[in-house]
Structures are given as C-alpha cells and as structure tokens.
Design a protein around this ligand. Structure first.
Ligand SMILES: [Zn+2]
Length: 627
C-alpha cells in the first residue's frame, strides 16, 4: 500500500485530501474541530511512520482573506512591523513578512497558534530584508505565480521518493563518477548512483577554460539526463552551479536542492553570466527562461534538517563556512548502508562573515574533499597578517595618490573585504576614502541581509540591532558607465568589482584604465584560475592581451600587483589537516577533488600518512565504487 493511503486510512474520513510536498506529507481537512484538535491523532501516526506530516484546512472552511488580514493585524503587536501578508488559498498557508519575526511568533509560538485556531490558515513567518533584494523579490513572485505548478511538482517529487516505500530494496551498491572538477578547479560535478537513484552533486562551469573544457564531461555512459532523479548544489559559485539552467533547457524536470541563499544568488549569477556572454559576443548556453525553470523546480532546505530525496538517499546540509548559504552535503544512502560527505568548498576558520565549517557528522564512511590549497607549500598567513597586508597596501597606494582595484567574486570575499574596510576606516587604521562597489556585489549584499540566520553570530546580532555594516556611508554603489568614468578620473579611492578573475565584468573596465599607472594597485584576494587574465597578472606577466569592444588590445601592466592568499574562502593546508584531525567519525575512504593536480596529490599522500585511510585522487571520467 502507498504511504498516503496508509496515513488517511489510519486517520479516517476527516482527511479530505493527502499529498506530498517533496518529502513532507500534507493532509487537508474540512473538519474545523479536527483541524484545531487533531494534532495528537496525527502525532500517533507520525510516531509509527517517522515522517513529517503537516495539517492544513480546506479552502471551504478558511476564514475569508479580508477577515483573516484584520485578525492578523489585531493579534500581532505593532512593534513587529508587518510589511506584507500573502495568502496561498490552495495550500491554506499565509505568509507574514515582518521586521521582527520573534514578535509575530509570540512566546513559544503562542500568537501563531492563536492565529491558526482563529483563522484556520497555517501561518509562516519571514523576516523582511533591510536592503530590498530585487532578485529575491522576483524569485518569490515567480514561486507565488506558479503555486499550482509547485503543488503538482512537489507532489510528483514525493510520489517518486516514496515509490518503493515498504518494499524490499534488492541489491545494494553505491558508486560515484567524476564529470568535472577532478584534478582541477572549475566545472565541479559528480554523479552518484545506487540501484534506485541517480543524483548529481553540483554542475558548474570553468570560466577560465575554453571550448568543451568549460563544461562537465556529460558523455560518460553513466550519465543520462532523462534518468536523473535529483540535483544537489553545494553553493552558488559559478564553478558549482552555473550549468544547472542548461540542464533544464536540455529537458531535466526533477528537483534541485539547495539552501535559500544559494538559490537566490545562483539565479542572480546565472542571469549575470548571460549578460557577460553577450558582451563577449558569445551565444549564451541558456536564457532567463531556463533560470526560471531552475527556480520553479528548486526545493530549499536549511542546515541540519534531514530530508528524503529519493527512495534510498537522505540529504542533510551542514554549514561549510565558504560563502553565504554554502553547504557540506551529507548523504545517508540505503538507510544507513553507506554515508557520504561531499565537502563542496569550505573554510575551517571563523570569518567576519560566517561561522566555520562543521566537522561533526552522525556517520561518515566516505568523504570527497576539496584541495584548492592542499599542498605543503600552501601555508596561509594568519587572518591578522592578511588583514594587515591588505590595509598596508591600500594605505601606501592612497598616500601616493593612487587608486586601488580589488577584483572580487561578488559572492563571499567581497562582503568579507567590505567588513574589513568598514572596521579599518571606523577605527582610523586607514584613511577614509570612498569605497565603490561595482557589478553583482551590491545585489549580493542585499541577499546577505535577507538571510541573516546564515551569517556568523556577531554579524547577525549587529544586523538585528539595526547596525548593518553593509549600509555604512563609506560604500557607494556604481550604477552606470558615466559613474565609472567619474571614479576613474577622480581622486584616490577603492573599487571592489566583479569578476574576480578579470574574465569579463566591471573589474576589466577598471583594469584597462588603471593598469598603466604605477601609482595604482591591484589586489587579488580570491583564487585565480589557470588561463584567466587575473592569473596571468598574478604570475607577473607585464603585457596582457585584452578584449576591448570586440578587438584585441595589448595592455601594459605597470600598476603594483599584490596577492593576499590568506583572505581566501578555501581552507589552507593546515586548516585541511586540522579538519581531518577533528573529523568525527573517522571515514574509511577519502577522495580528493577541486584542486590542481599537484595540490590534490600532495594532500592525498599527507592524509594517507596521517590517517592510514584509503585516499585517492580520481580523474575526470573515473568511477569509484564506494560500497
Ligand atoms: Zn566556491
């Protein structure tokens, strides 16, 4: 029997409808008394099944939207600052957006419970963002406008997850195949297969590469897009997510799992990539319609919640400390048969922006780890040394009347750099000059303030207190080419601009103007991919060929070049070692990816010596049987 029938049978005729929302079971009732008091009956059923079950009221018994709105405004204290109320009648859910969600919820949820009993709507509370994010608003409106689609889609996802419920699973094996990001950085993508599931972990683009080398290798016989059950995205950087809209274009119709900030930032960066492609006179791989499909098919999860995603795979996201919403992916496969952790990109140190990555898991047999800075030589300076170097270079440059350009990835380090600059100017450590923010960064700041619960504790409380550092007057947003020209012709200043590797984007425009003046400085704070303009400059090239309005131009590099590796969002060698020292429980197998070959190999041999655990560095196209 299927699981929905089993639940409805146990509860009887008070249940008018039962459906799935992904892995959750949702029951509907038209019996007011059962809606108010039936929770204990449901708890009994839940205890038998160990599944999450939500109870909602049928549209026929819901209080009218007008009356319910009045009730909400009366019950919730004025100080809560309600900014918007959305009714989703087909699901019996009302979303309340407020400045102070705690006051909406009430002590131990008392206000919400009152609201539920009085109006029969199920209330959901959301913090209204301090800086409005256009992308978050448009994503929410896409989801809202497609309510009916979402209800059907989530029901279909649930049906697949529970398709072999209570059935013998038969044979047992687990294998992973590397489609990209193995013995290299960029185009990360791993296919996980079991007898019942095919799940893709990440699907990125190598922006520094050319031709086919940009994309994961989909031609391996194991990969069949029509048989893919789910995609899981670790974080929103292009080398992990940029190709997902393309998979929807190619006919994928299943879910993509990620955190809410990852969804919003991924959509923003994918839209930006289309623009960058057009500027480079390249045909984009996908268009905005495909990004919308990704959003419509997204299922967002918070950290530490366990969710079934296929009949034999259970997913949990853990904080990875790398960028907003970034996760380590824990997969419990075959009901405890095998547990796999894929670290994605992580940072094992607290930063001004984020808490450090988790190293505690319920179980781990295999782990796939990144190794960006995995070699013995990758001794990162301490945070303090790095901050000091950054501020010293800036100070010196400003004193000689120069301008500072910091190319940033948009997501992650740009916000960290902003926090360092804000603090340094406040304390008088560096001269107060305008800090210009160009490219994606501003929109991503807005997403940071939309999801403060993903930020580190200090910053979160600063934002809750109304002291949001991203709103400091030292920061100005650059909106047009005219404004850019004023900055280029103006006095000493600091520019933070995307892209981080000087591959298209605003940062290249500033480089063209700043490069030949030796008073200026460029400071690299993020990883520079092999083949990128940033890498060439970092490696000391004095002449760079650059694309200028369709024609190639040679740019003389006279400005001061600095790299501050200690500000990276990746773990340095000693962080990697301490992560594996602290990792609980001890894995039986370590697989190493996301690193240039020498770094991955070096880390592998050290980890093997240290842990005596089987350690391998798979190549692209390699498949490894985990169980
Ligand atoms: Zn990353």
């Amino acid at each position: 029997m299927d699981i929905l029938k089993e639940v409805t049978n146990q509860l009887g005729s008070v249940i008018t409808d039962a459906s799935f929302e992904g892995a959750n079971i949702v029951l509907y009732t038209d019996n007011e008394n059962f809606f108010k008091n039936g929770i204990s009956d449901i708890k009994k059923v839940v205890n038998n099944l160990k599944k999450r079950i939500d109870l909602r009221a049928e549209e026929t018994i819901l209080m009218s939207e007008g009356k319910a709105r009045k009730e909400i405004e009366e019950l919730i204290p004025k100080d809560a600052g309600i900014e918007a109320i959305f009714f989703d009648a087909s699901r019996g859910v009302v979303i309340i957006e407020a400045k102070r969600p705690g006051l909406v919820i009430g002590r131990e949820g008392s206000i919400l419970e009152d609201l539920r009993r009085k109006t029969l709507w199920v209330p959901n509370v959301r913090r209204s963002p301090e800086i409005k994010s256009k992308i978050t608003e448009s994503i929410r409106s896409v989801l809202y406008a497609n309510n009916d689609f979402r209800r059907k889609f989530l029901n279909e996802v649930g049906k697949k997850i529970y398709s072999s419920w209570n059935k013998d699973q038969g044979e047992e094996w687990v294998r992973v195949s590397f489609l990209g990001g193995a013995r290299q950085v960029g185009r990360s993508s791993i296919l996980l297969q079991t007898p019942n599931s095919r799940v893709l972990l990440d699907c990125g683009i190598n922006v520094a590469a050319k031709g086919e080398e940009q994309y994961p290798y989909f031609k391996i016989p194991e990969f069949d897009i029509s048989k893919l059950d789910a995609i899981i995205i670790s974080h929103a950087h292009l080398d992990h997510v940029a190709l997902v809209p393309y998979l929807y274009k190619m006919g994928y119709k299943g879910p993509v799992y990620m955190t809410e900030p990852t969804r919003d930032i991924a959509a923003l960066l994918a839209l930006d990539l289309i623009g960058v492609n057009y500027k480079q006179a390249k045909a984009p791989l996908f268009n905005s319609k495909d990004i919308k499909e990704m959003v419509k098919h997204s299922i967002t999860l918070n950290f530490n919640g366990v969710t079934d995603i296929t009949p034999d795979v259970r997913l949990t996201f853990y904080n990875s400390g790398h960028c907003l919403g970034s996760s380590m992916i824990h997969l419990n496969i075959g009901n405890g048969l095998h547990n796999l952790v894929y670290t994605g990109d992580f940072k094992y140190l607290n930063s001004k922006l984020l808490n450090k990555a988790s190293s505690d898991f319920p179980r781990v047999e295999s782990i796939i780890t990144e190794s960006t800075y995995g070699s013995k030589n990758d001794v990162l300076p301490t945070r303090k040394e790095s901050d000091d170097k950054l501020l010293d270079v800036i100070s010196k440059t400003l004193k000689r009347g120069g301008k500072v350009l910091i190319p940033e990835l948009g997501l992650g380090r740009a916000q960290e750099t902003m926090l360092i600059l804000e603090e340094a100017m406040k304390s008088g450590r560096i001269e107060k000059v305008p800090v210009y923010i160009d490219g994606m960064i501003w929109d991503i700041n807005a997403i940071h303030t939309t999801y403060p619960s993903f930020l580190n504790s200090n910053l979160k409380f600063r934002i809750f207190r109304g002291d949001n550092p991203f709103l400091s007057p030292i920061f100005s947003r650059v909106g047009s080419m005219e404004e850019r020209k004023l900055i280029m012709n103006g006095g000493p200043s600091i520019v933070l601009a995307t892209s981080g590797m000087l591959v298209g984007g605003a940062s290249v425009e500033y480089l063209k103007n700043y490069a030949e003046n030796k008073n200026n400085s460029i400071i690299f704070v993020c990883y520079q991919g092999v083949g990128s303009v940033g890498r060439d400059i970092q490696d000391g090239r004095k002449e760079i060929k650059i694309d200028s309005e369709g024609t190639e131009k040679v740019l003389k590099i006279n400005l001061e070049v600095n790299s501050i590796i200690g500000l990276t969002a990746h773990p340095g060698r000693s962080e990697l070692i301490s992560f594996f020292n602290n990792l609980k429980p001890r894995p039986k197998r370590i697989l190493i990816n996301h690193g240039e070959i020498s770094k991955s190999m070096d880390l592998a041999s050290s980890l093997y010596k240290m842990t005596k655990t089987e350690t391998t560095v798979p190549r692209i196209m390699d498949s490894v049987r985990l169980r």
